[in-house]
Design a protein around this ligand. Structure first.
Ligand code: 5GP
Length: 191
């Protein structure tokens, strides 16, 4: 936990008042030692549950989910954001509203990789407005898979996602909680 926390504080950069760039270890360059710590922390939180698969979204969820999956010993399925020839036409879909682009896009998982009754852990890098997580929940509902838990590496507690999901009955477990990015200062909640 200390490694992750210190890396966020030392390497995180603030854009504007509400965006935290973590390109040096999580979103562009990948620091596998930090990713491994993240994988272990998710396993500490969710390891006692029976999990069949981890679901995440491309691109930035993949590294985290894959490393966590080594502890859970389960496959990872990532939702795709673009239609391509490589994707089966038969898919479950969820919609995600992007506040930055001010538009809604679909995320998709091939039906052959997610089905009724499968026990799913959702993992992602950030929780901001909660749209990405909501889209993945929608995919689970469509497929009648079972949501076992939802985890994110970094929650921006000052944005609406956490509360919005809680109101829908979904608790998100966050490894790091950012309480403010005002004045380019990264403020974290004590563990
Ligand atoms: P949402 O608003 O749906 O919770 O967040 C959508 C996605 O935007 C997240 O999965 C994450 O990839 C990205 N995102 C949101 N806020 C931040 C941020 O402060 N920094 C970075 N690097 N990505 C973010």
């Amino acid at each position: 936990y200390e490694l992750l926390r210190n890396t966020v504080l030392e390497q995180g950069r603030v854009l504007g008042d509400d965006v935290l760039k973590v390109d040096s270890f999580l979103n562009h360059q990948l620091d596998v030692r930090v990713l491994n710590a993240i994988g272990k922390l998710f396993y500490q939180q969710f390891g006692a549950l029976e999990i069949d698969k981890i679901l995440t979204a491309e691109v930035s969820g993949i590294a985290i989910a894959a490393i966590a999956a080594q502890y859970f010993q389960v496959p990872v399925v990532f939702a795709k954001k673009t239609l391509s020839k490589n994707l089966d036409p038969d898919t479950w879909e969820g919609s995600v509203y992007s506040y930055t682009k001010q538009q809604t896009y679909q995320i998709r998982v091939a039906k052959r990789y997610l089905g009724k009754g499968e026990k799913i852990l959702i993992l992602d890098d950030f929780l901001a407005n909660g749209q990405a997580i909501k889209g993945m929940h929608q995919i689970l509902e469509e497929s009648e898979a079972v949501l076992m838990g939802t985890g994110v590496v970094i929650e921006k507690s000052f944005q609406a996602g956490k509360e919005m999901l809680r109101d829908q009955g979904v608790e998100v477990h966050s490894l790091i909680k950012v309480t403010s990015l005002e004045g380019q200062q990264i403020q974290l909640r004590e563990k």
